[in-house]
Ligand binder design. Structure first.
Ligand code: SAM
Length: 237
């Protein structure tokens, strides 16, 4: 799967994909990151990407032309109906909330192009006439879309077939509809030592009875969800 990132800070992405699962997936050729500098699609000598907002007010707004031209040159043959496995995603505090179900859907595309906003945001014509999706990673305001893009790519890349060594492990993760979490939180995990500073690992995990362990995990996943994320239980019901 190919991830394109359109940004005014290409160097930002030297860090986030250099480690762990995503870095290994890139080395194995399962995913590829292509970082595009938005300023490459400007026409003036100052490489201007922003301008003042119509109607007045604070801050600057990213201009539509460089963004449209960038997407049109990255995907020159993209059909107008956009049903070809390539999606433009605008990162925005005003977008639909990104979640695991969305990550699963994105992982079935062949290419994603993530547009990172800055300043006061992006000219609304990008959301209206270019982006297939406008998404937010949470109810807070970041100073730019780059961190959000890195979050989305990390969550999607690990769902691309072959990226996680053990495909079945992902079924048991939080928010997945399969496995003991059933769309809720994953169960808590413990490792050696069996006793640490007087705190013991639940006995049932040490007895080797797989059916008991499965039921225990299902129960504590539910208990933890009730305690920390009751909203997920309400959604499930
Ligand atoms: N004026 C905007 C608002 O209040 O909704 C905030 C703009 S923010 C300072 C600049 C850029 O950061 C946005 O264009 C977007 O790309 C990114 N951004 C900020 N918060 C985000 C979030 N929660 N999820 C995704 N992107 C976000």
């Amino acid at each position: 799967m190919i991830f394109h990132i359109l940004t005014i800070f290409p160097e930002f992405f030297e860090g986030p994909f250099a480690h762990g699962v995503v870095s290994r997936a890139a080395s194995a050729g399962l995913v590829e990151m292509r970082i595009h500098n938005l300023r490459d699609w400007t026409t003036d000598r100052h490489k201007t990407v922003d301008d003042r907002p119509f109607g007045g007010g604070e801050g600057m707004v990213l201009k539509p032309a460089p963004i449209f031209e960038a997407v049109e040159s990255i995907w020159p043959e993209r059909p107008p109906e956009r049903q070809d496995g390539r999606k433009v995603v605008l990162l925005s505090a005003q977008g639909r909330l990104f979640d695991q179900a969305m990550a699963n859907r994105f992982s079935r595309e062949s290419e994603l192009l993530l547009v990172c906003g800055r300043y006061e945001g992006v000219d609304e014509r990008v959301a209206e006439h270019l982006a297939d999706d406008e998404i937010s990673i949470g109810n807070y305001v970041l100073s730019g879309g780059e961190l959000a893009a890195a979050v989305v790519i990390d969550a999607v890349a690990r769902l691309v077939p072959g990226v996680l060594g053990n495909e079945s492990s992902r079924a048991f993760e939080s928010f997945q509809e399969t496995g003991h979490s059933e769309g809720l939180l994953d169960c808590p995990h413990w490792t050696r030592p069996a006793e640490f500073r007087g705190w013991k690992v639940p006995e049932v995990l040490l007895n080797g009875n797989h059916e008991e362990i499965r039921r225990f995990r299902q129960r504590i996943a539910r208990e933890k969800t009730t305690k920390l994320r009751p909203d997920l239980l309400e959604d499930a019901e």
